[in-house]
Design a protein around this ligand. Structure first.
Ligand code: ADP
Length: 489
C-alpha cells in the first residue's frame, strides 16, 4: 500500500554542500504541506556568504575530484547508478508526495520513473557529442573542442521538483560540469535526498550542492556569483526576465529559461473519437491541478463540435475528489499554497467581471479549507482580452472559445505573450501541418497532449515562454561551450 504517515517521514536537514548536510545562520522560513497547509518544517535560508561557500566548493571539487576530465563513460556509469537509486528509494517518493502537490501514486508511477529515465538519457549522451574538425590548409588543422562550463547554477520551481532537477542536473553533470541547485523554497526536501543519492551512486562530493532559500536572497546570490558560468532556470516569465538581466549584468552568462505558458488546444470538427478527445483535453488542463507550464488551458473549438465536447468535459470535471497527497488512492492534486489559491480565485473573479460564464467548477472543493483543492473549472464567453485568456493561471481552469473557419481558429490559437506548447486535434494531415506551421510555439502536439518518454525530443518556449531547450541532445550541448583551435604543423 502506498499510503504513509506524513508525521513519520524523516526530513533531510538543511543545505547539502560537499556531500554533507549544513545548517546555516540565515533567516528561518517555514515549509508547509500543500494538502492541509500545515507547517511541517523550518529551514534557514542560504545567505550570499553560504551561496559563496557552495559555489566555491563546487568549483574546487571540479578540479580536485577529476569529474571534469574523467572519461565521459565513467560519468555515464555514475549517472546510471544514480537513476537506479532514485527508482528504488521509498523515502525520496514520500518526501516528494509530502511536500509537493503530487499524490504518492502519481509520484511512484510517473514522477520517479520519469526522473530516473531522464538521467539515464543523459548518461547515454555523456560520450556522444563532442566538437568538430574543419578543413584548412594542408599543414594545419582546425578544431572545435567541446568543454564543460564549470559551475552551473540550476533554479527549479515547486511544481515538479524531482523531474525538473533531473532535467537540469542530468545534462550538466553528464557534460562534466558541477551544479549548485536551488529548489523552490516551497518544496525543498526531495531535491536534497536526490543529491544524497547522487553521492551514494559515486558522484564526487561537492559536484552537486543544494542551497535552500528564497529567490530574492539565495537565488539571486547564486545567479550573480562570479564563479557561476551558466544559469538554467524553470519558473515564471517575470522571474526569468529578472534572472536574464542579472546574468547579463554579472558576467554575461548564458541562460536556459523554461518559462510560463498559456497553451491552446485547437480542436477541429474532424478531431476523431470525441470521448478520447474529451479525456485528452481534460487531462491537459487538470494534471497536477493545472500547475504545469505546459498545461493546455485554452480550448479553441470549431462550433460544430463544441456542444458535444463541452457536455463530456463537464461530466469529466465533476468526477475528481480531493484527497491528501500521502493517501494511496488520492489522484487529484491540491494547489501549492494560499497565495496560489488566492491567485486562481482572483483571476476567475476578474474573468467573470469581464463577462465569462462558469460552466462548471469555479470554486474550492467544500471541506478542504485547510488545503487548496480547486474544482476543475470551465469558463465560456471569454473574449480574447479576458484576463482568464491573457494570464497564466496555474490552476485547473480551461477557457472556451469557439470558431467557424480554420483562419479564425489559428488566429485565436496564437497568444501575444506566450508560445510554449499547442495541441492540434484533427484527422486531416494537411490541416494539422498548416496549423503546426502557423502556431508560434516551441512544441506542437498533434492528436495528443503532453510529453512522451522520448527524452530525445527537446522542450522549450518561444516568446515569453523562454529561451533555449531542456531535454534532447540540445540540453546536453547547451551545457558545453565550444573552443575554436587552429594548429599549424
Ligand atoms: P513562483 O512565483 O510560481 O514560485 P518563480 O518563478 O518566482 O515562481 O520561482 C521559481 C524559482 O525561482 C524558485 O526556486 C524561486 O525561489 C526562484 N526565484 C525567484 N526569484 C528569483 C530571483 N530573483 N533570482 C533567482 N531565483 C529566483
Amino acid at each position: 500500500m502506498l499510503s504513509f504517515n506524513p508525521e513519520k517521514v524523516s526530513l533531510p536537514a538543511g543545505h547539502y554542500i560537499d556531500g554533507q548536510h549544513k545548517h546555516t545562520q540565515g533567516a528561518l522560513f517555514a515549509v508547509k504541506r500543500p494538502s492541509d497547509g500545515k507547517v511541517y518544517a523550518s529551514l534557514s535560508e542560504a545567505t550570499a556568504v553560504d551561496v559563496d561557500g557552495a559555489v566555491t566548493c563546487a568549483h574546487r571539487a571540479l578540479i580536485s575530484s577529476g569529474w571534469r576530465n574523467c572519461p565521459p563513460r565513467e560519468r555515464g556509469k555514475v549517472l546510471r547508478r544514480w537513476a537506479d537509486l532514485i527508482e528504488s528509494d521509498l523515502l525520496l517518493a514520500q518526501l516528494e508526495a509530502l511536500g509537493s502537490t503530487r499524490p504518492i501514486s502519481d509520484v511512484v508511477q510517473h514522477e520517479i520513473p520519469f526522473t530516473a529515465e531522464a538521467i539515464r538519457f543523459y548518461a547515454e549522451c555523456a560520450d556522444k557529442y563532442s566538437g568538430d574538425l574543419f578543413p584548412t590548409k594542408e599543414s594545419s588543422l582546425g578544431m572545435l573542442i567541446a568543454e564543460p562550463y564549470g559551475v552551473i547554477a540550476a533554479i527549479t520551481p515547486w511544481n515538479f521538483p524531482l523531474s525538473m532537477a533531473s532535467w537540469k542536473c542530468g545534462p550538466a553533470l553528464a557534460a562534466g560540469n558541477a551544479v549548485v541547485l536551488k529548489p523552490s523554497e516551497l518544496t525543498p526536501f526531495s531535491t536534497v535526498r536526490m543529491a544524497e543519492l547522487a553521492v551514494q551512486a559515486g558522484l564526487p562530493a561537492g559536484i552537486l550542492n543544494i542551497v535552500q532559500g528564497s529567490g530574492a536572497v539565495t537565488g539571486s546570490a547564486l545567479v550573480t556569483h562570479p564563479l557561476v558560468r551558466k544559469v538554467s532556470f524553470t519558473g515564471s516569465t517575470i522571474t526569468g526576465a529578472r534572472i536574464m538581466s542579472d546574468a547579463a549584468q554579472h558576467g554575461m552568462k548564458p541562460v536556459t529559461l523554461e518559462l510560463g505558458g498559456k497553451s491552446p488546444q485547437l480542436v477541429f470538427e474532424d478531431a476523431g473519437d470525441i470521448d478520447v478527445l474529451a479525456q485528452r483535453i481534460f487531462r491537459g488542463f487538470t494534471a497536477n491541478g493545472g500547475q504545469a507550464c505546459v498545461a493546455g488551458t485554452r480550448l479553441i473549438v470549431q462550433r460544430g463540435i463544441a456542444q458535444p465536447l463541452l457536455e463530456r468535459l463537464v461530466a469529466l470535471c465533476q468526477q475528481p475528489r480531493p484527497g491528501v497527497t500521502w493517501q494511496g488512492d488520492s489522484c487529484y492534486a491540491p494547489l501549492i499554497d494560499d497565495r496560489q489559491g488566492k491567485k486562481v480565485a482572483s483571476v476567475i473573479a476578474a474573468a467573470k467581471k469581464e463577462g465569462a460564464e462558469v460552466l462548471v467548477g469555479g470554486e474550492r472543493f467544500a471541506g478542504t479549507e485547510d488545503g487548496w483543492f480547486w474544482q476543475p473549472t470551465l469558463l465560456c464567453d471569454v473574449a480574447p482580452d479576458n484576463p482568464a485568456v491573457q494570464e497564466e493561471i496555474f490552476g485547473p481552469v480551461l477557457t472556451v472559445q469557439e470558431f467557424d473557419d480554420e483562419d479564425e481558429g489559428l488566429q485565436l490559437a496564437s497568444h501575444e505573450t506566450y508560445g510554449l506548447c499547442a495541441g492540434v486535434h484533427t484527422q486531416s494531415l494537411s490541416r494539422a501541418m498548416r496549423a503546426m506551421r502557423a502556431i508560434e510555439s516551441g512544441t506542437v502536439w498533434i492528436n495528443r497532449y503532453g510529453r512522451s518518454g522520448d527524452f530525445i525530443i527537446p522542450t522549450g518556449g518561444f516568446l515569453g515562454s523562454g529561451i533555449g531547450k531542456d531535454l534532447g541532445r540540445q540540453a546536453f550541448q547547451a551545457c558545453q561551450r565550444h573552443k575554436s583551435v587552429l594548429i599549424d604543423f
